[in-house]
Design a protein around this ligand. Structure first.
Ligand code: F0G
Length: 352
């Protein structure tokens, strides 16, 4: 990563910004593709984790936000607005701060992880907790942006967000020297699976790689409109980031699934939490619950035979575990208290 210039500069020939625009960047992208030996052992595949928690605000949203806020600033916006389950709001607030713009974020009241709310506060966003769910927030954000010329919507319905996010697929191919056989992702509003599929197709169409991966998307069972084939009015899941009942990029997700020969399936909250603990405790990669949906999907499809053995597989883990300390600490037993004594430490650790 030393010398990494941020994704707009790294992929200047593939990510368009307005001519002469001041690029608003926190040097996002260039995230690690970490081999996952324990997941490989358990699945019989060659598994890598694309660790998007390594981005400046701790999630993949920064990829889209550098492009969206660069466009907003160049276009003369005074403020940016978004609806969010938390990560988009943290990212929008950070890039707006960097650009000298106001940010307004609409989040579902009481349903966003504490780390994400803390970020929006720190970056100085105007935070509105809406008495509704994400889908209600998105409708309000769209309407507000439509009614006010100088307020730019930076949700992934803004097409330049997808342009930034597609670079993650480029990075995977650049590191592997080829496209993976299967790419697994959590799916909420469905912007990211749309973006990865665009990136993989672009690299294949311009001959950088010879193939595209099959795209496997996973929703939480309580918030799985794409699996059910209809919107879910009251989505519910421990993975609050993907607690979405009516994905804006519905069509993009279905296209990615069908054109890649992939699938979109649901994983239960129990599966998500099991994967969440496994990837932290066995791979040393602490991710937020929504991110673990891709790992839960990996384990599920390996177990039922849909994941080809021996395949080269990439799982995007979309956000850092520090976003949601509450979920991490929920199952925790009280840490042992010891006096300032080496004997007590050794005793408490069972070292005799
Ligand atoms: N993982 C995390 C950590 C997310 O924050 C999100 C979406 C997703 C996965 C799903 O990505 O929506 O492109 O399908 N978070 C949005 C937000 C909705 O407001 O932060 P998607």
């Amino acid at each position: 990563r030393a010398g990494w210039p941020g994704l707009i500069a790294a992929y200047a020939d593939r990510v368009a910004v307005p001519p002469g625009a001041r690029v608003v960047t926190l040097l996002e992208g260039g995230t690690p593709l970490v081999p996952a030996p324990e997941l490989s052992r358990r699945t019989g595949a060659d598994v890598y984790l694309k660790v998007e928690g390594a981005n400046p605000t701790g999630s993949f949203k920064d990829r889209g936000m550098t492009v969206a806020v660069t466009h907003a600033l160049a276009g003369g916006a005074r403020a940016v607005i978004c609806a969010s389950t938390g990560n988009t709001s943290a990212s929008a607030a950070a890039y707006a701060a960097r650009a000298g713009l106001t940010s307004a974020v609409l989040v579902p009241q009481g349903k966003i992880a504490s780390g994400k709310l803390a970020q929006a506060v720190a970056y100085g966003a105007r935070i509105l907790q809406v008495e509704g769910n994400f889908d209600d927030c998105l409708e309000l954000a769209r309407k507000t942006a439509a009614d006010h010329d100088d307020v730019e919507l930076v949700n992934s319905v803004n097409p330049v967000r997808i342009e930034g996010q597609k670079t993650a697929a480029f990075e995977v191919c650049d590191v592997l020297g080829r496209a993976p056989d299967v790419h697994l992702l959590p799916v909420g509003n469905a912007g990211n699976i749309t973006a990865y599929w665009r990136g993989y197709r672009e690299y294949r169409d311009s001959g950088v790689v010879g193939t595209t991966p099959r795209m496997f998307g996973f929703q939480a069972a309580g918030a799985a409109p794409l699996v059910l084939g209809r919107p879910v009015p009251d989505p519910e899941t421990v993975a609050t980031a993907i607690r979405i009942g009516s994905p804006a990029s519905w069509h993009g997700a279905i296209t990615a699934r069908d054109d890649s020969g992939g699938l979109i399936d649901a994983v239960t909250d129990d599966q998500i939490l099991e994967a969440y603990r496994l990837v932290a405790s066995r791979e040393g990669v602490f991710v937020e619950p929504a991110s673990a949906a891709s790992v839960a999907g990996l384990l599920q499809t390996a177990a039922d035979g849909r994941l080809p053995r021996g395949a080269t597989v990439v799982c995007t883990v979309t956000g850092t575990g520090l976003k949601d300390p509450t979920t991490a600490l929920t199952a925790m037993t009280e840490p042992v208290v010891v006096p300032v004594s080496a004997e007590a430490v050794a005793g408490a650790l069972g070292l005799g």
